[in-house]
Design a protein around this ligand. Structure first.
Ligand code: DX5
Ligand code: ZN
Length: 227
């Protein structure tokens, strides 16, 4: 299993976004997580496709866009045009998840589905074949820096079993409260892609933090193989 670390720019200095992104990429980040919020699906507002377009001008790195918005299908075109690499939408925010995942792929992006803590895995069970990424939320989305929702560890293990049973090669991403204390257990449960906002951007040395998170995740994943 290859561990992927995705720092969330929600926790970065938004006045210096290009520098912050360059710094974590130089420090070993695999992709940049972009938290898009509409003030309706979640009680917070952030940024949209124009920021993705601006980031795309300064980096070739994968832009992992997490849409926490109602009717995310409205934004598939704008994010594709802006240069998003992965577009992840919530089944709770839309009807016709399958159609929208297909449209995301048709527009040349990788298709992701994200589920809130209260949403059962069955919400994505019928569309596993359409997924390039499954995101298990380990906080209720809306804000960075929230306490980790502990049942996410067992949910990740069930998600891994679901993907494996279907022969899916989708990335299994976890988002919210990922830090030194939690990442090893999440990797041991079968996650391979880790969003980290405050853990990375709040660290005195983000590059060192990325190295340490990767080390702990790899150790957790190795334990999983051994077990
Ligand atoms: C939560 C967002 C997360 C957030 C994670 O609504 O989806 O991506 O940035 O922040 P931390 O890692 O600080 O919990
Ligand atoms: Zn996110």
């Amino acid at each position: 299993m290859t561990v992927r670390l995705a720092p969330s720019i929600l926790a970065a200095d938004h006045a210096r976004l290009a520098d912050e992104v360059a710094r974590v990429l130089a420090g070993g980040a695999d992709q940049i997580h972009v938290d898009v919020m509409d003030g309706r699906f979640v009680p917070n507002l952030t940024f949209g496709a124009p920021v993705v377009r601006a980031l795309r001008r300064v980096t070739d790195a994968p832009l992992d866009c997490h849409l926490m918005v109602e009717h995310p299908e409205t934004y598939i075109g704008p994010f594709a045009d802006a240069g998003a690499t992965i577009l992840t939408i919530h089944p709770e925010a839309t009807d016709h998840l399958e159609r929208h995942l297909a449209e995301i792929r048709r527009r040349g992006m990788k298709a992701g589905a994200a589920i809130n803590p209260a949403t059962p895995l069955s919400a994505v069970e019928e569309v596993v074949a359409e997924l390039d990424l499954l995101l298990v939320m380990s906080v209720n989305p809306g804000f960075g820096g929230q306490p980790f929702w502990e049942p996410a560890v067992a949910k990740v293990a069930r998600a891994r079993a679901l993907l494996d049973a279907r022969g899916s090669r989708a990335l299994l991403e976890v988002d919210g409260g990922v830090a030194r204390e939690t990442i090893g257990r999440l990797a041991a449960a079968g996650a391979d892609t880790f969003v980290a906002g405050n853990a990375v951007f709040g660290a005195a040395d983000p590059a060192a933090e990325i190295r340490e998170l990767r080390r702990l995740a790899e150790a957790g994943a190795a334990g999983r193989k051994a077990g």
